[in-house]
Ligand binder design. Structure first.
Ligand code: ADP
Ligand code: MG
Length: 733
């Protein structure tokens, strides 16, 4: 027997083998079906067999119509008897059907699913999952989950993703998959995971797993199969990341920093507060990396207000005290400017040794470099960087542009990682003349550890998990609709009357900077003439000149402005302890991380702080029908879950979990990390343990065989799944 020209009796079948076979060789896949499958993203047998069932219906869990219990979610296997489209008032459509099994009949009603009329033909065998309710004395199901399973046998019926549009049914998918697997049976599937690892983790072979996920005997067997195949997906991602990390460690020569200078000590001693335990621990972790010969690649996760700046400046000064330079890169000009101001303040009065100078030292020189720094000023900064007289450069991506040369870049800190990609980090590293600088990436939007392990898998992770003492928790409330909004402005007025200050954050308009500025100006005018009349209002947005921005911030800091109406430019870095109340308008347009970050601008002083999340009235009509509980099912209506999360928690790590839950992990990873196959089964959120196991296994494998020379099958899989879109990801660093 042959499959697509590959002779039987050969070695076990690999993923590249399956990739080489077109689905057209399968029985029942003619030109038309092949085209339909292609429209569905399936062209090869590999695509087909890695299209996993969405659900499995366990027939042993089914109920008969006669045994239905009202209000409990239940599974029925029934035959369609009649289908009818009913006219209704309004725009809603209604399709009703009668279904039955040997024991009785049941009414089913579908609202707003007009296509059910065509889908549910008389005589069709379907699985229904839903709650029955008592209606006019009989039982009825409203909007149940429907699977057309056909007359499939077997205790467990897999339900595949299907497509109305290209007319692919689940039983067709099942048939093709079964045939493909049958034709693999003789040679079996190759297993790339070393026997020892598999035995230790108690995992079934890939061959058994792939068969069991498609046609399990029991649900438990399906779970085992899923565990194995999800592990494979995670292992591949981790292998790529670990190989890349090890390669960097092996090949790059970094700066070996000296830790015995006194600049850093003086800096710590001069702070008006004691470092928190977490800050001390993280600084020690960083210093250990800095003293090592290979370059640091470290991620610093710390909640808003955890005190990351001091940690960053410590790292920069470690470079400076050894005669190197430091760079701090921020995602926006405003943030860079704020960092420059802040760092200059922190380093005011500090000197570094300078033998060319009569006194043997000079002040630490901190310079700003953004696209707004132009002309003679820019020239001076660039010269200083090239000569080494600028100790610390703070800027935007302008720092990594062509034409910017450092005499000796020792440490680079990248703030707010969520807007910086792997590529920018690489460009920053390339700024080094001979040795690669140490890189610290900071983020205030922490992500769960196992997700970090994957998303930032080539970085080591430090966590700043302790807030400085004396913070007052921020009380967050949501204000929905105009009535509650009036209360918000009352609240702002009374806070100002008590001598405090306020922020009003204007609606986010991601598409246009210009519109956002316009909306900020409008908000200022509206509030100044209305709800906040008589208060001293100030305006801050990204299009103001640096000087105007600085002037406004100075006024606000000095208390000459009561209410600062601002765009998201205040997201990071703004620190005015007397500001105790914030109102975020159209809060439902922001993401969780951004709201949390914005909220972190208050709660920085002794006084209790509040944050109002203002939204309009909910537009969606109330859901009249029961939502069926399914794995995927989530109610779309109701209060905004992001806002609810912010109201419920001020813990950035907890919010990060919710965020991951709501957005799904797909949004976290860059394409280069996903590979072509993506994570089809594995979930960074649900499979934490598997992520850890995969990471450990990847390290074990790579440390014993850095280029996978003895793991030919594994290596070929990685090349197949990661290389076509992102070849250099595997081969280069
Ligand atoms: P973030 O982690 O959000 O960047 P910052 O570095 O801006 O936090 O620090 C927030 C505030 O906490 C600043 O006002 C800073 O001066 C203060 N701070 C930092 N570390 C400590 C500490 N150990 N004790 C008291 N205050 C601190
Ligand atoms: Mg910060």
């Amino acid at each position: 027997m042959t499959i697509g020209g590959v002779t039987a009796g050969g070695a076990p079948i690999t993923l590249p083998d399956l990739e080489a076979i077109s689905v057209g060789v399968l029985r029942g896949v003619g030109e038309r079906r092949a085209a339909a499958l292609e429209a569905f993203g399936i062209t090869t047998v590999l695509d087909l067999v890695t299209t996993y069932p969405r659900r499995w219906i366990d027939r042993s869990a089914q109920t008969s119509v006669a045994d239905l219990v009202p209000e409990r979610p239940q599974l029925l296997l029934v035959t369609v008897r009649t289908v009818e489209k009913r006219p209704t008032r309004g725009r809603r459509s209604m399709v009703t059907a009668t279904v039955g099994d040997g024991t009785g009949r049941l009414h089913v009603v579908f609202f707003n699913q007009p296509w059910r009329e065509k889908q549910l033909r008389e005589g069709l065998e379907i699985a229904l999952f839903g709650r029955a309710t008592v209606y006019r004395g009989g039982l009825q199901m409203t909007n149940p989950l429907v699977d057309l399973i056909g007359d499939r046998t077997g205790r467990i019926v897999p339900v595949y993703p299907q497509s109305e549009k290209v007319q692919i049914a689940t039983w067709e998918m099942a048939g093709w998959v079964a045939e493909a697997l049958r034709r693999c049976a003789e040679r079996t599937l190759a297993d790339p995971v070393p026997e020892a690892v598999r035995a230790r983790l108690k995992m079934m072979s890939r061959h058994v797993a792939l068969n069991a996920i498609h046609t399990p005997e029991t649900m438990a067997e399906k779970d085992e199969a899923r565990r194995r195949l999800a592990f494979d997906e995670l292992l591949r991602v981790q292998l790529v990341l670990v190989m890349r990390k090890r390669r960097l460690e092996r090949e790059q020569r970094g700066v070996t920093h000296v830790l015995d200078g006194d600049l850093v000590h003086r800096f710590h001693a001069g702070l008006p507060y004691a470092l928190t335990g977490a800050q001390q621990r993280v600084i020690a972790e960083i210093e250990r990396d800095l003293a090592a010969p290979h370059p640091m690649h470290r991620l610093l996760q710390g909640d808003v207000g955890a005190g990351k700046t001091v940690v960053a400046v410590s790292a920069l000064l470690t470079a400076v005290q050894g005669g190197h330079q430091g760079a701090l890169m921020a995602p926006t000009e405003v943030l860079a400017e704020q960092h420059a101001t802040g760092v200059r303040e922190l380093l005011d009065g500090f000197v570094v040794s300078d033998s060319t100078n009569l006194f043997g030292d000079r002040p630490v020189r901190v310079e700003l470099l953004t696209n707004r720094v132009t002309g003679a000023e820019r020239k001076a900064v660039l010269e200083g960087l090239a000569e080494g007289t600028v100790d610390i450069a703070i800027g935007t991506h302008a720092l990594i542009q062509e034409g910017v040369k450092f005499a000796s870049l020792g440490v680079a800190v990248v703030d707010e990682q969520h807007r910086f990609g792997v590529e920018q980090r690489a460009a920053l590293r390339d700024k080094a003349t001979d040795s690669v600088p140490d890189v610290l990436v900071m983020t205030a939007t922490p992500i769960p550890r196992t997700a970090a392990m994957t998303v930032y898998g080539d970085l080591d992770v430090s966590v700043l998990d302790e807030l400085p003492p004396g913070r007052t928790p921020i009380h967050t409330r949501s204000a929905v609709g105009p009535l509650l909004e009036a209360e918000v402005w009352e609240d702002v007025r009374s806070e100002v009357a008590a001598g405090r200050q306020a922020y009003v954050v204007c609606p986010l308009i991601e598409e246009s900077d210009k519109l956002e500025v316009a909306s900020a100006e409008e908000t200022l005018a509206r509030l100044g003439a209305g709800e906040l009349a008589g208060l001293r209002l100030g305006l801050l947005h990204g299009r103001l000149s640096a000087a105007d921005k600085a002037a406004t911030m100075d006024e606000f800091r000095a208390g000459a402005i009561d209410v600062l109406v601002a765009t998201t430019v205040i997201e990071v870095g703004v620190d005015v302890p007397n500001a105790t109340i914030m109102a975020i308008l159209d809060a439902d347009r922001f993401g969780i991380a951004q709201l949390h970050q914005l909220r972190g601008r208050v709660g920085r002083g002794r006084h209790a702080s509040r944050c109002w999340l203002v939204t309009g009235l909910q537009q969606s009509e109330p859901d009249l029908f029961d939502e069926v509980e399914t794995a995927e099912g989530r109610s779309a209506s109701g209060p905004n879950p992001r806002i609810e999360a912010l109201v419920a928690s001020t813990d950035g790590f907890e919010l990060a979990e919710v965020d991951l839950e709501l957005r799904g992990e797909g949004t976290l990873m860059s394409t280069s990390q996903k590979g072509r196959s993506d994570l089809r089964l594995a979930s960074l959120r649900k499979d934490r343990e598997l992520v850890e196991l995969a990471r450990a296994a990847a390290e074990e494998i790579v440390d014993a065989d850095p280029e996978l020379d003895t793991h030919v099958i594994l290596r070929a899989e990685l090349e197949l799944l990661f290389s076509d879109r992102q070849e250099e990801f595997l081969t280069k660093s």
